[in-house]
Design a protein around this ligand. Structure first.
Ligand code: HEC
Length: 83
């Protein structure tokens, strides 16, 4: 579910702006997530509050935010993939 949200479910799609190998996306507007390896809390914070040109994802449900944060942290082998 997190992967589907990353590539298409979230609007605007994360894939436009971010590179993430697991999702086969090559966006170059935002930081490369494979290199950054953001943990669960860092992804969640970016989604809820927005960061720089990245706008907050107000329309996602708590379940979707959780799935996305867990997915990005897991896919990049971040140190902490849980809340
Ligand atoms: C319009 C382009 C755009 C989209 C769409 C976008 N991002 Fe970003 N994202 C950025 C930019 C630019 C930054 C860096 C902002 C800064 O550091 O000032 C960023 C930063 C981040 C960060 C790091 C935050 C931090 O703590 O520095 C994460 C994690 C992230 N994005 C995840 C996502 C996810 C997941 C999605 C989809 C739900 C997404 N982004 C959609 C442009 C985007």
């Amino acid at each position: 579910m997190g992967k589907a949200l990353f590539t298409q479910g979230a609007e605007p799609s994360c894939s436009i702006c971010h590179t993430l190998a697991d999702a086969e996306t090559m966006g170059e507007i935002g930081p490369n997530l494979d290199t950054m390896r953001p943990d669960y809390d860092r992804v969640m914070r970016a989604l809820v509050n927005g960061v720089g040109p990245m706008t907050p994802y107000d329309s996602l449900t708590d379940e979707e935010l959780d799935a996305l944060s867990h997915y990005v942290a897991s896919a990049t082998k971040a140190d902490n993939v849980e809340p």
